[in-house]
Design a protein around this ligand. Structure first.
Ligand SMILES: Nc1ncnc2c1ncn2[C@@H]1O[C@H](COP(=O)(O)OP(=O)(O)O)[C@@H](O)[C@H]1O
Ligand SMILES: O=P(O)(O)OC[C@H]1O[C@](O)(COP(=O)(O)O)[C@@H](O)[C@@H]1O
Length: 366
């Protein structure tokens, strides 16, 4: 059996652990197996590039961040445009054939899964693996990379807390997550943020300002304690006034108004209206870089081995997933194009509200 592996979309901790587990499972359990790596995601497949992966390539990579194969974001729209008589999708399928692949493992997020489903529909044997620090892939409780990113973000908030307390400031900590607020929610809850703003719950400027104002009036536990606030802001957080707009129109409107990011805009308004010193901290790529945590190393390894076992059994057109404590799989056609978002009335948000954490929505502030 000839196996191809590619990593696509934003990198995240755990990609190398998955590659290693697929490789080691295949080498240890399959007869006459050949494994190749396809560089830079679907870009490599479009160009028809692959390189052999041997046992030594899987050594010493379990804890390595990034991806040994490289990754990229190929503009999807271009994939369906015909050039020289073939779309990029067709090019990828013919390269799959030319490489003599019996199976292709695509390690990626929601976008990667959409192309994986299209490749499948064209007759390629594909198995997807759910990668993303955003945790927004439909059909799985968790994606690999998420836990590591949540820990980094939570630890960063812990650190920001001491400087916020020293200065009595409001700190807006921007956390990755464009469509889904899972990372801001988990990190914010784990680090005791006072307010969490996520794309799924549009926030009101008035509610945020009122909260900061009121907390500034509160007395600290001791004479020495100064009031301060930690607000975790998902990069995709939206104002209630812009919630009805599509992402593109919203971005355009923000540029028109001269706003850079939602976090920066919010910080300026909060300081102006409340007089409370307000600062921002963008955690950015720190959340994606570096070694995976133990949870992600184990999860990635289990997912990789399970996916390789599916290939050995001839089960294709699926993506592996976590359901409770079990590793399962879903049909690619079933999950492609769907996102797993935070439910505004779900258990996690209700729990957070029950202990006084704000979400910037119309909620009475006491
Ligand atoms: N709507 C889409 N339909 C099909 N394929 C897509 C779509 N969006 C993205 N892709 C493909 O998946 C790749 C990775 O998508 P991207 O959104 O960048 O990352 P991720 O897979 O992490 O979500 C893109 O380079 C593109 O080839
Ligand atoms: O790497 P880029 O292209 O700057 O993209 C940043 C985006 O990638 C992410 O880190 C991860 O996204 P994906 O895993 O879906 O690719 C998002 O949280 C963030 O919005």
């Amino acid at each position: 059996m000839k196996i191809g592996i590619l990593t696509s979309g934003g990198d995240c901790p755990g990609l190398n652990a998955v590659i290693r587990a697929i490789g080691l499972y295949a080498l240890n359990n399959m007869e006459n197996v050949e494994i190749v790596g396809i560089p830079e995601g679907y870009g490599g497949l479009i160009r028809g590039e692959c390189r052999p992966l041997r046992r030594q390539d899987f050594s010493d990579i379990l804890d390595r961040g990034g991806t040994i194969l490289g990754t990229s974001r190929q503009p999807y729209k271009l994939m369906t445009v015909e050039e020289n008589g073939e779309t990029r999708l067709q090019e990828m399928c013919s390269n799959y054939q030319k490489m003599g692949l019996d199976c292709l493992f695509t390690l990626g997020g929601a976008g990667t899964h959409k192309t994986a489903a299209l490749l499948c529909a064209e007759g390629c044997n594909v198995i997807g693996l759910p990668k993303t620090i955003d945790n927004d892939i439909y059909g799985t409780d968790v994606t690999f990379g998420f836990q590591t990113a949540a820990e980094i973000a939570a630890e960063s908030i812990d650190r920001i807390r001491t400087t916020a307390a020293g200065h009595g400031r409001t700190m807006l900590v921007e956390i990755m997550g464009n469509k889904a607020g899972w990372l801001a929610l988990h990190a914010g809850l784990a680090a005791g943020a006072d307010m969490i703003l996520i794309p799924e719950i549009p926030f009101s400027l008035d509610a945020v300002c009122e909260f900061v104002q009121k907390s500034g009036e509160r007395k600290g536990a001791s004479d020495w304690e100064r009031p301060y606030n930690i607000i975790a802001v998902a990069e995709g957080a939206v104002l209630d006034s812009e919630a009805a707009y599509k992402k593109k129109d919203r971005a355009f409107a923000r540029i028109e108004r001269g706003e850079s990011t939602v976090t920066q805009h919010l910080a300026e308004i909060v300081e102006e209206r409340t007089g409370v010193e307000t600062r921002t901290s963008v955690l950015g790529y720190l959340q994606r870089g570096g070694t995976p945590c133990a949870y992600d190393r184990l999860l990635s390894s289990r997912l990789g081995a399970f996916a390789a076992d599916l290939a050995a059994k001839g089960v294709f057109g699926v993506s592996v997933a976590v359901s409770g404590n079990r590793i399962v799989y879903n049909a690619l056609a079933e999950i492609a194009g769907r996102y797993k978002l935070v439910e505004p009335d779900g258990e996690l948000v209700r729990f957070a509200k029950s202990i006084g954490i704000r979400f910037g929505d119309a909620q009475k502030i006491s």
